[in-house]
Design a protein around this ligand. Structure first.
Ligand code: PMT
Length: 223
């Protein structure tokens, strides 16, 4: 581990989907399996880092050799990430975080009544944007899951959320995005596209992202 490219670095990764409760048996979530985030965590561990994963709802096992902290909601993920942010060197936000949550979480199961039911949702805190506002020495890697205009939206997120790298993920492509074992991503830095990767396993995708991150950290450049 000592010879790894990320030896001595503390890496914080988020993985999986958040769960926003409506009542004790129902919730809002998304299709994230945790595979991409866990692949990042595993690759960082292999490269010698000390890795903590903040994991929401996932459908696969976490890799060995990393610390796993389980959370449900976007708020819990925010709290868990903030608790560890100051002590982290690299933060990778691969989780699919709810943008909205129910205004009310009912203590009892919602009873069936009228013909329609309207749910009122409110915005969650954007974790990545919060980190971007607070970052000091940290190298911040965000994701952008998009179904159109990948470069435009990814670069917009990079700037707005003050990231060092953004992993642009066109989730409408076959073999990319949620749930599967492969991904197709484009990596962007502050100066634009760094690499458009072909379809690769999530493991290989993770390795390539972290190799580029390690190089940039070693060079002390964010461009
Ligand atoms: O888990 P898998 O099944 O392997 O799927 C992988 C993946 C598709 C989930 C992953 O590759 C991916 O794209 N993750 C980001 C999903 C997402 O929420 O993207 P977004 O474009 O909505 O958000 C942009 C960034 O802001 C992300 O880094 C996200 O973690 C972050 N965010 C979003 C909302 C919020 N409230 N807080 C955040 O931190």
């Amino acid at each position: 581990k000592e010879n790894g490219q990320l030896a001595g670095k503390r890496v914080l990764v988020t993985a999986g989907g958040t769960v926003e409760r409506l009542d004790p048996v129902r919730y809002l979530t998304n299709d994230s399996s945790g595979k991409m985030g866990f692949a990042i965590a595993e690759a960082a561990n292999v490269m010698g880092a000390e890795v903590t994963v903040i994991a929401g709802r996932t459908s696969v096992d976490a890799p060995a050799g990393v610390t796993v902290v389980r959370v449900e909601s976007a708020q819990q993920m925010l709290d868990a990430v903030l608790e560890r942010f100051d002590q982290s060197d690299i933060v990778v936000k691969s989780a699919a975080v709810a943008d909205y949550r129910p205004v009310t979480t009912h203590g009892q199961k919602i009873k069936k009544s009228g013909e329609t039911l309207t749910l009122e949702l409110e915005k969650t805190t954007d974790i990545l944007q919060t980190l971007g506002g607070r970052k000091k020495h940290q190298f911040l890697i965000g994701f952008a899951a998009e179904t159109e205009q990948l470069e435009k939206y990814a670069m917009d997120k990079l700037t707005r959320k003050n990231c060092d790298l953004i992993v642009g993920n066109d989730v409408s492509q076959d073999g990319a995005g949620f749930n599967g074992d492969t991904n197709i991503v484009q990596l962007f830095g502050p100066s634009g596209l760094i690499e458009a990767m072909p379809m690769l396993s999530k493991r290989e995708t993770a390795q390539r992202i972290l190799v580029i991150a390690a190089q940039r950290i070693a060079e002390g450049t964010a461009n």
